[in-house]
Ligand binder design. Structure first.
Ligand code: MRU
Length: 342
């Protein structure tokens, strides 16, 4: 399987996620500026992948700047990389982690970025396994009908994925009935990427428009909602792809577990609550056009937040590679009872 991002001969190779599902093509990136553009245009996307891209961007910068003035130039590149997208804390965290090795030289910076890439395999497996286990314990049916949003799989990470990793895990153990995939307007990560990935994995799914998901929940067509996270505030509020909040409200209304599967690196202790999370606003034309085709007058005013915040009291649990954090809908004892101690 083609990994979403890798290092080769002093360059970064990424699957160009803008072209899927029609083409699976690799983009060669040679400079930190090219990485920034790839992140901003969503050629590279998803919390885990952009974190590793940020670290590899610092590695590129450290190799390209040597001699007097190098430290200043690398610092400037790092600031630009970390700010390429504001919501996912993993991006700034990846850049910072790579920078900690700067004094040891460019090879050490690259080694640290590659270590992150390697660790992502294990982290994904742990999140997927733990989330699948919790899901089985919270849901009573033998085979489960799961709703997921956006793409948290092998493009958003560099391995099996977080929420999608759990879905793959349930499928592998014969405990999955079907997945309902939201198309994820406006950039269609669900329709373009998740549907593609589930088809590739041989996992049965149906695609729906985002606004159909609460109706599916209300009609009893689902057992559980599993999503990823871009940033988790210290109080357990979760920023994730726009539309996540409405899924959480619907799940709460109808008593369905709402599980967030994410890396520990998505937790930001510096951000006390969701109200403090910067929500990225994306270009208006993403709403005015559908894949380049105008769907309204070109001067229509637009509201285009890329993410929303789900308050912790709508969340059953947040599962990471090392623990189950109870959301507001599950007590610590409940979480430990169902998932065992960390
Ligand atoms: O704008 P995107 O496509 O980068 O948004 C991605 C998401 O919202 C994912 O759910 C999140 O990054 C978790 S992926 C491990």
């Amino acid at each position: 399987v083609q990994r979403s991002i890798r290092w080769q001969d002093d360059s970064v190779l990424v699957v160009d996620q803008r072209l899927l599902p029609h083409q699976l093509e690799v983009l060669h990136l040679y400079t930190p500026a090219e990485i920034v553009t790839a992140i901003q245009t969503l050629a590279i996307r998803g919390a885990s992948t952009i974190g590793i891209a940020g670290a590899l961007g610092v590695a590129l910068s450290a190799r390209q700047h040597t001699g007097p003035g190098a430290a200043v130039a690398i610092q400037a590149d790092s600031i630009t990389l970390a700010a390429a997208r504001p919501t996912a804390v993993t991006l700034a965290a990846g850049v910072t982690r790579a920078l900690t090795k700067l004094l040891d030289g460019p090879d050490a910076v690259l080694a640290e970025a590659l270590r992150m890439l390697d660790e992502d395999q294990t982290i994904n497996r742990q999140i997927a396994g733990r989330t699948a286990q919790l899901t089985r314990q919270l849901c009573r049916r033998r085979t489960l009908r799961i709703l997921t949003h956006c793409n948290t799989g092998r493009f958003a990470t560099t391995a099996i994925g977080t929420a999608i990793g759990a879905i793959k895990e349930l499928a592998a153990t014969g405990q999955l009935d079907q997945v309902l995939v939201t198309e994820t307007r406006p950039l269609l990560q669900g329709a373009r990427l998740t549907a593609w990935e589930l088809r590739e994995a041989g996992i049965p799914f149906r695609l729906c428009v985002d606004s159909a998901a609460p109706a599916a929940i209300s009609r009893g067509l689902l057992d559980c909602v599993i999503v990823g996270a871009d940033r988790i505030a210290a109080n357990g509020d979760v920023a994730n792809k726009i539309g996540t909040y409405s899924l959480a409200i619907a799940a709460h209304r109808h008593g369905l577990p709402f599980i967030v599967a994410a890396t520990e690196s998505a937790i930001d202790p510096q951000t006390s609550s969701g109200a403090d999370i910067t929500i990225e606003e994306r270009p208006a034309d993403e709403i005015r056009q559908l894949r380049g085709v105008p769907i309204c007058k070109p001067d229509a005013d637009v509201f285009n937040p890329a993410f929303d915040v789900t308050p912790n009291d709508l969340i059953t649990a947040i599962v990471t590679e090392s623990r189950v954090h109870p959301g507001g809908r599950l007590t610590v004892d409940d979480a430990l009872a169902v998932a065992g101690p960390a």
